[in-house]
Ligand binder design. Structure first.
Ligand code: 5RP
Length: 216
């Protein structure tokens, strides 16, 4: 499994161009990308990070981490996913970094998603859908998600996001219209962000097969 992640992470270096500020996601696949990025760090102008975890790894390699407010739009964002459908819609947030990931994806011209083959599914939803919520709205949001979707929200106890919020994981969904579900869940007061990357999906998916497969 980790060999697949390494292959995907290293292949994403093909998308890095000289002088870029690179958006960097979170997770074990991205860790391989960061390590590969470190080998060409003299060619880039820095990175914008989606989590404290990735910030630490970037800084440990001597890659400067910049504030998105200072950089403006980014040319490239590289991140992993928990599930990916054939249209390049994603479920993300298994690492609880979904909100910052969504912000950087939105700010980026090209979103390259790096996955191992097990992440590919015909229909999203086998992986429980993460939803970041304001803590006081946890029960309200859970009730409204159940009513709107029939999915079973489970509080990811003991996890607080980098933004000080909580996460509900919604089980039992079969997401045949990801754009519509993302819009519906985004309207519930107390929802900070939904781990469906559908309206802003990946532009490119790299699957870490021995000769990495590129879907675009
Ligand atoms: C973190 C994420 C990750 O991209 C996702 O969980 C995949 O992680 P990994 O590369 O470790 O399998 O969305 O919030």
């Amino acid at each position: 499994m980790s060999e697949s992640k390494r292959l995907a992470g290293e292949k994403a270096i093909d998308y890095v161009e000289d002088g870029m500020i690179v958006g960097v996601g979170t997770g074990s696949t991205v860790a391989y990308f960061i390590d590969a990025l470190a080998r060409i760090k003299h060619r880039i102008d820095g990175a914008v990070s989606s989590s404290e975890q990735s910030t630490q790894r970037l800084r440990a390699h001597g890659i400067e981490v910049l504030d998105l407010n200072a950089t403006g739009p980014l040319p490239l964002y590289v991140d992993g996913a928990d599930e990916c459908d054939p249209q390049r819609h994603l479920i993300k947030g298994g690492g609880a970094a979904l909100t910052r990931e969504k912000i950087i994806a939105e700010a980026s011209a090209t979103f390259v998603c790096i996955v191992d083959p097990a992440k590919q599914v015909p229909v999203l939803g086998r992986f429980p859908l993460p939803v970041e919520v304001i803590p006081m709205a946890r029960s309200l949001v859970a009730r409204e998600i159940l009513a709107a979707t029939g999915g079973q929200p489970v509080w990811r106890e003991q996890v607080t996001t980098d933004n000080g919020n909580w996460v509900l994981d919604v089980h039992g969904l079969s997401i045949t219209d990801p754009v519509a579900l993302e819009a519906t869940l985004n309207q519930i007061p107390g929802v900070v962000s939904v781990g469906l990357f559908a309206r802003r999906k990946a532009d490119v998916v790299i699957v870490g097969t021995p000769t990495p497969t590129v879907l675009d």
